[in-house]
Design a protein around this ligand. Structure first.
Ligand SMILES: N[C@@H](CCC(=O)N[C@@H](CS)C(=O)NCC(=O)O)C(=O)O
Length: 204
């Protein structure tokens, strides 16, 4: 292997897309392995944690867990704060973004629509507004990014989290659920409009 290789599903979303974006923003030429669902079962047993994404760097064992991948890319490429306390603050927000995914995922496995509707209404009226309000407490008042004017990997993770909800892709959760959180939306807009992010979507 001569260049970094990132493995994820063939979808421009979630944990894999945030790692792809981080690698792209870092200016790293990487192999973008996009698995089709039927191929996953053959790969899963050899993946670091039985999950994707995972990152392979020349001369290193495969690395799993999206937050570890993002922090590594961030540290190697000046996309994660150098100050340890500021870095920990960003890592806390990244864990918070994972909490959001783990709160929503069970409803994605519900085949009974009534059960799903009930679970999603509870998310839309309780968990999600609280999640957004807690996020806002940790965003700089000046912005546009978490720490101010510089974009870091944690901003990219928050961007993907907001995009998921705002896309309206989740039945029974209004796409407007995060509309009244200006600092969160400011991070979302700033990442979306970053020239490097735009360049990624222009080519993909
Ligand atoms: N905590 C892990 C979670 C990874 C995870 O659950 N990935 C999902 C895709 S987003 C997955 O691998 N699903 C397939 C499976 O679990 O078999 C991370 O942040 O990377």
């Amino acid at each position: 292997m001569t260049k970094p290789k990132l493995t994820y599903f063939d979808a421009p979303a979630s944990r894999g897309e945030e790692c792809r974006l981080a690698l792209h923003v870092a200016g790293i030429d990487f192999e973008d392995v996009r698995l089709k669902r039927p191929d996953w079962m053959g790969v899963k047993p050899n993946s670091p944690f039985g999950s994707v994404p995972f990152l392979e760097m020349p001369g290193q064992p495969p690395l799993g867990q999206s937050n570890a991948i993002l922090v590594l890319i961030g540290r190697l490429n000046d996309l994660h704060p150098k100050d340890l306390f500021e870095a920990a603050r960003h890592e806390a927000l990244m864990c918070h973004a994972e909490d959001l995914r783990y709160a929503i995922t069970p409803s994605m496995r519900m085949s009974d629509d009534e059960e799903k509707q009930k679970a999603r209404a509870a998310l839309a009226n309780g968990y999600l507004p609280t999640w957004a309000a807690n996020t806002e407490k940790h965003l700089s008042s000046d912005g546009p990014f978490i720490s101010g004017t510089k974009m870091h990997v944690a901003d990219i993770k928050l961007y993907l989290s907001v995009q998921w909800l705002a896309s309206g892709a989740l039945d029974h959760i209004p796409a407007t659920v995060f509309d009244s959180y200006p600092k969160l939306n400011r991070v979302y807009d700033a990442v979306k409009n970053d020239a490097r992010i735009r360049a990624w979507y222009a080519k993909s």
